[in-house]
Design a protein around this ligand. Structure first.
Ligand code: FE
Length: 227
């Protein structure tokens, strides 16, 4: 990971270069990762990284659905998503950012497609004073051609400032997928390394997973540029 992590000072210098020199890189936005929590942010110990925007994919629906629990009784291994929004130029948390997530169910199916009017596994939360948005959901399944992922969009004051995808360590997915109902669909592919979108910065968008009861908590910080 060290090759992908750079110090805050280096990150800011790189950001300056991007902003000054490259309107052509508009498809890329600055993203960062804050580790160590608010105290680390305050002490300037956090490290920021630059990560690419990733495709929104064909399944997004604009829902005015603000809710923490997006499960809608879909079966699967419990997953709490803890997503933190920070300012990529200062590493400080951003409050009141709208975080929009959506992902497929254990069978690899999204709500709201092919005539389905459901809203399962989609939701929006506002970040709290420390930049955190929390969702309760299930571990996503997979569909052909993609590694397991969660789509995410971050908006500030109505402007979308980040569109990305969040990923899961393959070893954790392997363990989860040995359990029902995921085990009905063995031999998932591709894994992270074989996914063309993951290759474009996915390691920097990979959730940190920790066991929690029968499920997991997945956390990550997303650095965004205020417009
Ligand atoms: Fe997708």
């Amino acid at each position: 990971m060290d090759d992908e992590r750079i110090s805050r000072r280096t990150s800011l210098a790189t950001l300056g270069g991007l902003v000054a020199g490259a309107a052509g890189l508009a498809g890329w936005r600055a993203a960062g990762e804050a580790a160590g929590g608010p105290a680390a942010v305050a002490e300037g110990l956090v490290r920021c990284v630059l990560s690419p925007e990733q495709t929104e994919g064909p399944f997004h629906l604009d829902l005015d659905r603000v809710r923490r629990d997006i499960t809608e009784e879909k079966p699967g291994v419990p997953l709490t998503l803890r997503l933190r929004v920070v300012d990529a130029s200062t590493c400080r948390p951003i409050r009141r950012a709208a975080v929009d997530v959506w992902h497929c169910d254990a069978a690899g199916v999204y709500s709201g497609v092919q005539g389905d009017t459901g809203t399962f596994l989609r939701g929006i939360q506002r970040t709290d004073a420390k930049g955190w948005a929390t969702f309760r959901t299930i571990y996503p399944g997979w569909y052909p051609g993609r590694t397991v992922h969660v789509h995410v969009k971050v908006a500030l004051g109505g402007n979308v400032v980040h569109t990305g995808q969040l990923y899961f360590p393959d070893t954790v997915t392997d363990a989860v997928y040995r359990r029902a109902p995921y085990d009905r669909r063995p031999d998932r592919r591709p894994r992270n390394g074989g996914d063309a979108i993951f290759r474009n910065g996915g390691r920097r968008s990979t959730l940190k997973l920790a066991r929690s009861g029968a499920g997991y908590v997945g956390s990550i910080a997303m650095g965004v540029m205020r417009g």
